[in-house]
Ligand binder design. Sequence first.
Ligand code: SF4
Ligand code: SF4
Length: 474
Amino acid sequence: MSAPATRDFRRRSTAALADAELHANLRRATGQTLAKRRALLAELPGADADREAIAAIRAQSHAAREALLAQAKVQLAAAGFTVHEAADAAAARALVLALLEAAGARRVVKSKSMITEEIDLNTALADAGIEVVETDLGEFIVQQLGQRPSHITAPALHLNRRQIGALFAERGLGPASEDPEALTAQARVHLRAKFLAAEAGITGANFVVAETGTLVLLENEGNIGLSSSLPPLHIAIAGIEKVLPRLADLDPLLRLLPLNATGQRAGSYTSLINGPAPAGDGPTARHVIFLDGGRRALAASPEAEILACLRCGSCLNVCPCFRHAGGHAYGGVYPGPLGILLAPYLGGAPAPAGGASAHGPATSLADVCALCDACAEICPAEIPLPTLIWKARTAREAASGAGSARPWRLFAALTARPRAWRFAGALLRLALKPPLRGLTARLAPTWNAERALPAAPARSFAAELARRHPGRLA
Ligand code: SF4
Ligand code: SF4
């Protein structure tokens, strides 16, 4: 997987902006979730304390990651799980295929999991002739379309009920409908048969508790519970950063994760899995595959704090770039603020010795950010996303010796020299007035393609201030 870049984002987002229906879908869906979250926050006075607790837990998990991973492996094995570790996406895919082959499994039900998108598991299973069915409703919809999820917690957020109804009718899932309940019922009938026939279930993992060897899965639809409890074989894939020290750490996480993901007081289902079920009562074999896939390289980078991400998706909902362009514009598995930081690292080859990413420090996707700070304000793990994006951007520019750093350096030099600043301002005002205005517009074609040139002010800010408040700039 090559890392996505700004020019691709520009091309895709331009197309997205021209799609009025997509734009309306994005604004409605993200707006609804944010409104529900806001309303609920007013009733939760402890949310700030929970945020601080989560940040502390995730910092502890990061600092002790390798020790916690080792402890989790021991405890999971003691609980009856078979534990594996994959260095990269190819190794993870090979492990899954080997486990399915050993079990003779040809039909797989899968629950929503970004890590399986990261390793492109569905393609590998299909290439091996194994039927894989997404069981989360949103994932099921995007699978029918041959698309990737456009949002990490709401995969089909870019579509409305009319579009989904038309898709279901076209696929023969039932009569055309725009009623969400009718559409859900159509999907349920189809998926029920798949659940009953599946020989294996594949899930991700929200968390793994090192203290007890417990796999933690949160959801709303019940499909994760079925995928992990109905077929005789269950395979869970977890990033190595998902290990928590203690069971008690779940307390603030189980409150803030549903709140930020969907604006709910609590998730509908929380599964705590402590190993295989007794014979005849669910999976007799459970495997956990821990994936590095670039995470150790990321942990050694200046953007390491993004590993604390809970995958709640709220930074996407609030990001003006995501809300206008949609997730597919980012071109990678993870869109939005976190995608900018994860894209250069996750899903690639293992890190070479020394910890540098196989993909380099960052991609120009880091330019797709207005540094507005909205994502940092909403993040339940207190991840300073804009600061990390800015670090990634400046690191890339320093490495390439080009980019937007040059104009900013010029700006900084001018602000440090009052006479030069006044002269540059006078020049700019002249350039924005006829007859030079047309020439200026032609000299800035990229900038001018998406914005209108501002009108030239009659005088500088300092001159205007002096005019209105004489003596103020003495
Ligand atoms: S700081 Fe950047 S990434 Fe974060 S919400 Fe604003 S524009 Fe989006
Ligand atoms: S970066 Fe923060 S807000 Fe964004 S998905 Fe991760 S935890 Fe949620």
